[in-house]
Design a protein around this ligand. Sequence first.
Ligand SMILES: C[S@@+](CC[C@H](N)C(=O)[O-])C[C@H]1O[C@@H](n2cnc3c(N)ncnc32)[C@H](O)[C@@H]1O
Length: 246
Amino acid sequence: MRMKKKRHGTERIALLSQLVASEPAKVAENPSEYYGNNNPLRVEIGCGKGDFIRGKSVQEPEYNYLAIEKISDVCTVATEKYASSRGLGKMAPNGGWMKPDGTIYSLGGDCVDFSDCDRGNVRFSVGDASALLVDFPDNSVDAIYINFCDPWGKKGYAKRRLTHIGFLDMYSRILKDGGKLHFKTDNRELFDFSLEQVEMSRLDLKYKTYDLHESDMNDVNIETEYERNFSAKGFKINMLIAENKK
Ligand SMILES: C[S@@+](CC[C@H](N)C(=O)[O-])C[C@H]1O[C@@H](n2cnc3c(N)ncnc32)[C@H](O)[C@@H]1O
């Protein structure tokens, strides 16, 4: 995702550190410490500005969600949008954070204090999922969502695609038996490649469509920012769901 460098992005996300998991594997090891409950954990890889995870957390609130994004400034925006969507305040005129009661937290100062209930069921992590997920315990995740990831179209780059068998094997290890991978893309070549990789993996293909918005799944679909942009340009959206079999 392209984004102009944010002013004070690092300090801004530090203010909201109660919504951020700096060691995401620990979230998977001990969810109750982070969410105050042991609801099943779902992970989004490459959350961008967080439209999907915000929608999903409301649509299915009986789960906990961890949104991973490798670009720090993008994750800052996602975290701020999530906090605002929960009525926890907004960016203050001084660049810090302003709570709804008017309390201002300045950049570089104490982090904003939210109650367990205010924090809700989403946490954000900055980093490359390929490095972060390696430390997740086996069988710790209920579902993984990948929406509009980089296609890495050039020859020789296949191993970088988030649906390459190398990644699918890691997803299979951390997913519970019956856990699911949900994948959406506008890119037909990447989608066909992903179907082949799923075929080779321990995941069972349960659903696929080459036109999500005309499918029976559209009613429950949560559009992402990229999805809106691509479909406005006339691209059809492909989606697959694959189930883990241990
Ligand atoms: C094309 S954007 C899509 C954003 C969002 N999912 C959407 O559909 O609107 C892909 C996002 O994934 C992030 N990303 C790509 N590879 C990643 C990785 N290995 N780990 C974490 N984030 C990643 C990028 O930084 C970018 O923000």
